[in-house]
Ligand binder design. Structure first.
Ligand code: GDP
Ligand code: IMO
Ligand code: MG
Length: 426
């Protein structure tokens, strides 16, 4: 993807998250100078497997595992200071040197303990099945113009003036929701005064940093979190996350101009999964779902929740291709399908005898659609050792051709296992 051009590439999830973005970013970061997270927060769980070690990145870009990459948390991220510093310490303990390689936007909004309490309170009313990491309430504060940004940590007195009214408001909301828990001002003060020096040591105008990097010809990779169908505008609202996960959000959340972005890589699983509530039209029947979950180890990286599993949903990927302007696809977890005799692929949706051509805005409609399937023959052979398309069984190549045709986007990468070398560049 990074040939001589483009210099700036976005990697997005093109389904409901957990597509294998972490693995792809890690592989691509070998040729990147800077890797940037531009939205979301510690709700993400991006897995990178290197040899016998497994790393789960939540806030820190997956590029941190390449020794020379600079990693940036952009202004669009909601930053949980405890989670971030916990992650830094865990990486250091695993032998990954992060010193001087991590930059945090001074415009990023903080996720504080009270946001997590409010997330729990909101889940009682409207069960979205969130990760309970305070993401929604933190973005509510941001757009409600009452958020606390990293820059505010520089001024102790100013911070105090911001914090007290936030805690009062949170306690009013908790009271209204009938929650027994209370947000504690003293505990928030203590937390911030303890963590602020380490956060501030990383804080800078990351938009300016990226501007200079791009001007200097550096290669910048923008790492999306969650998936396109979890985007607050384009996803299965209200069963979405609270940020713009799609490529349009990358420019805003990194603080660069959209004209800097040269390519958008959409990561898709060779099938579909979803964790949390909301429709999953191509959900597999129980025994096959169980099989996909077992072989694909489909349990949430952050919450450990079992992921719902289903077949490849072409309307979803075609839609993601449109709303992101995808220039290429990376298909992951092809190996998980190795043992299936037949593999259904969702090619369209039917509702009351009518075939739908676009994703409906109304989630209740998507709940009612009947997927139309085309069934492809399986290959019943291991793909884990394949390193070129020619190494794949004929049926596996035909399966990928089908995904490419239905997704209306060329496939650039095929991943056949968790390890770095288990990838085919087409
Ligand atoms: P992300 O959130 O998009 O980074 O994805 P997650 O890390 O949450 O989930 C993807 C899971 O699939 C991780 O456990 C990865 O190690 C694993 N994975 C990624 N690519 C492949 C692949 O090609 N084959 C298999 N079997 N597992 C993969
Ligand atoms: P990565 O980056 C999969 C889902 C939650 C819930 C909804 C809202 O690893 O792909 P939130 O806590 O964000 O308010 O929850 O979004 N969700 C994810 N699902 N992968 C993720 O991240 C997710 N981050 C949030 O399960 O349905
Ligand atoms: Mg994940």
């Amino acid at each position: 993807m990074f040939g001589p051009e483009p210099k700036c590439l976005v990697v997005v999830g093109a389904q409901w998250g957990d597509e294998g973005k972490g693995k792809l970013v890690d592989v691509l970061a070998e040729r990147a100078d800077v890797v940037v997270r531009y939205q979301g927060g510690a709700n993400a769980g991006h897995t990178v497997v290197i040899g016998d070690s497994k790393f789960i990145l939540r806030l820190i870009p997956s590029g941190i595992l390449q020794p020379r990459t600079i990693c940036v948390l952009g202004n669009g991220v909601v930053l949980d200071p405890e989670a971030l510093l916990g992650e830094v310490d865990a990486l250091e303990a695993q032998g990954i040197a992060t010193g001087g390689r991590l930059k945090v936007s001074d415009r990023a909004h903080l996720v504080l303990p009270y946001h997590k309490l409010l997330d729990l309170a909101e889940e009682r009313r409207q069960n979205i099945g969130t990760t309970k990491r305070g993401i929604g309430p933190a973005y509510e504060d941001k757009y409600g113009r009452r958020g606390i940004r990293v820059a505010a940590l520089r001024d102790g007195a100013g911070l105090e003036a911001l914090l007290a009214p936030r805690i009062d408001r949170a306690n009013e909301l908790l009271d209204l929701a009938g929650m027994p828990e209370r947000a504690d001002l003293a505990a928030h003060r203590e937390l911030l005064s303890r963590l602020a020096p380490r956060i501030l040591a990383m804080a800078t105008d990351t938009g300016h940093f990226l501007h200079l990097a791009l001007r200097g010809g550096k290669r910048v990779l923008l790492e999306g979190a969650q998936g396109s169908l979890l985007d607050v505008d384009h996803g299965t609202y209200p069963y979405v996350t609270s940020s713009n996960t799609t490529a349009g959000g990358a420019a805003v959340g990194a603080g660069i101009g959209p004209t800097e972005i040269g390519a958008v890589l959409g990561v898709v699983k060779a099938y579909t999964t979803r964790v949390g509530n909301g429709p999953l039209p191509t959900a597999a029947a129980a025994p096959q779902e169980e099989e996909l979950r077992r072989i694909g180890h489909e349990f949430g990286a952050v919450t450990g929740r079992p992921r719902r599993c289903g077949w490849f949903d072409a309307p979803v990927v075609r839609y993601a291709a449109r709303v992101n302007g995808l220039t290429a696809l990376a298909v992951t977890k092809l190996d998980v399908l190795d043992t299936f005799e037949e593999i259904p692929v969702g090619v369209g949706y039917r509702l009351g005898g009518e075939v739908m051509s676009e994703m409906p805005a109304d989630v209740a409609v998507l709940e009612r659609v009947e997927p139309v399937y085309q069934t492809l023959p399986g290959w019943r052979a291991s793909t884990a050792q394949a390193r070129r398309m020619e190494d794949l069984p004929r049926e596996a190549r035909a399966y990928l051709d089908c995904l490419e045709r239905l997704g209306e986007t060329p496939i650039r990468y095929v991943s056949v296992g968790t390890r770095r070398d288990q990838i085919i560049e087409v």
